[in-house]
Write a protein that binds this ligand. Structure first.
Ligand code: PLP
Length: 424
């Protein structure tokens, strides 16, 4: 069966060059980067090269880059770190309603500890108004956290403007740039951020490794306690092969970013236009002018997005209903409801995200199978659709998170396959 991977916002394939660069650090060069012997020093040198490569990609100093286990840890470390280091008795944080759960759940955890948080709403295009961020500032605000681009819509937020406001009020400013690093140019000084989260597996690097940029002089309590790794900013033996992979991925991003952005945006536009022309009652979500190159989010009136994701998967097309970590839950996307979509509209939406290795054939194949899938799903009565979606939700979650051999997943897919066969 032909397969088309259109879920690059969930994770990107590993670049072959990255795999090659990592290989020696799994095999011969396995030293602990803290060891003083030859093995350790080779590992340390490779790690420091990775730090330089990451710093170059975002316009930072190598010393300002701390390696983590990914975007989630970077977000947690930034938010808990700044709040923990603030000495004031009462503390307040400003963020937005469309952040990734790595930020939103961290903010909720702060609230449970008695710290107040303001969630600034966004407009119907999925962009926050910097003035609204400014208005949310209180005398006890210690941190502003606004994501660079939204993972579901791809919309790019006005980080430079928010950065200026944060400076004016002398408040630490964090951005979750997991969806932008390696995809669009980033310069931490131009953005005016004090902290920036990034994750290797969104830029053709390995999973389970990322980095937090920490501007020199930013006070931060550590999230983890242990040894003196990463200049006391992140305890734990460093993931040397992962860091080498992240560094190589960053180097490749510097080389390929412009070409990637042009190619990927052209393919995304071709897919989007093709869908809007061939499928009635389909509409895009979010600002289509200011978004990362590969992302399009489309609502298909009258269908359940989960059902369409499964139907497309059966045809070999991988896409998603917004954030991968919430796929399978029957909750509507918090991002789509935040931009004013109804629960039904939100649940009828699909995110396609293209990347460096997407090909025109992937787009053509998707356009060949999608209209019929939508038509078949629409032919079901809404009531039946909703019942099917509820039945499938547990199985769907497993389908997207567990091994293909999982029993429930097979049952669920089997049920959907039968339903589609019965229709044809
Ligand atoms: N922030 C954003 C915007 C994301 O899209 C993701 C992952 O999807 C994360 C944070 C979490 O990153 P990681 O998967 O590396 O923990």
């Amino acid at each position: 069966m032909r397969r088309a991977y259109l879920d690059n916002n969930a994770t990107t394939p590993l670049a072959p060059e990255v795999f090659e660069a990592m290989k020696p650090y799994w095999l011969a060069d396995y030293g602990n980067a803290s060891s003083i012997h030859w093995y350790g020093q080779r590992a340390k040198a490779a790690m420091e090269e990775g730090r330089e490569q990451v710093a170059r990609l975002i316009g930072a100093q190598p010393k300002e880059v701390v390696f983590t286990a990914g975007g989630t840890e970077s977000d947690n470390a930034a938010i808990f770190g700044v709040v923990g280091a603030a000495s004031s008795a009462s503390k307040h944080v400003v963020t937005t309603t469309i952040e990734h759960h790595a930020v939103l759940s961290t903010a909720r955890a702060l609230e449970e500890r008695g710290i107040s948080v303001t969630y600034v709403p966004v407009d119907s295009s999925g962009v926050v108004d910097p003035a609204a961020v400014g208005q949310a500032i209180q005398p006890n605000t210690v941190l502003i956290s606004v994501m660079h681009a939204n993972n579901e819509l791809g919309t790019i937020q006005p980080i430079e403007e928010v950065g200026r406001i944060a400076r004016e009020y002398d408040i630490w400013f964090h951005t979750d740039a997991v969806q932008t690093v390696g995809r669009i140019p980033i310069d931490v000084d131009r953005l005016g951020v004090d902290l920036l989260s990034l994750s290797a597996h969104k830029l053709y690097g390995p999973k389970g490794v990322g980095a937090l940029y920490i501007r020199r002089g930013t006070p931060l309590s550590p999230l983890l306690y242990g040894g003196h790794h990463e200049r006391d900013r992140r305890a734990g033996t460093e993931n040397v092969p992962g860091i080498v992979g992240l560094g190589k991925a960053a180097e490749l991003a510097c080389e390929h970013m412009q070409d990637d952005a042009i190619n990927v945006a052209a393919l995304r536009d071709r897919l989007e236009e093709g869908i809007l022309c061939s499928v009635p009652l389909a509409s895009t979500n979010g600002d289509i002018r200011h978004r990362v190159p590969g992302t399009t989010n489309i609502s298909f009136d009258g269908i359940e997005g989960e059902g369409l994701v499964i139907a497309l998967d059966l045809q070999g097309v991988a896409c998603s209903t917004g954030a991968a970590c919430s796929s399978g839950s029957i909750e509507s996307s918090h991002v789509l409801t935040a931009i004013g979509r109804t629960r039904e509209q939100a649940r009828s939406s699909i995110r396609f995200s293209l990347g460096r290795y997407s090909a025109p054939e992937d787009v053509d194949y998707t356009l060949a199978v999608l209209p019929e899938m939508v038509e078949r799903l629409r032919a079901r009565s809404p009531k039946k659709l909703s019942a099917i979606s509820h039945q499938l939700s547990a199985g769907t979650a497993k389908s997207l998170h567990a091994s293909p051999g999982d029993h429930d997943w097979r049952v669920s897919v089997g049920g959907l396959r039968d339903m589609l066969k019965a229709d044809s």
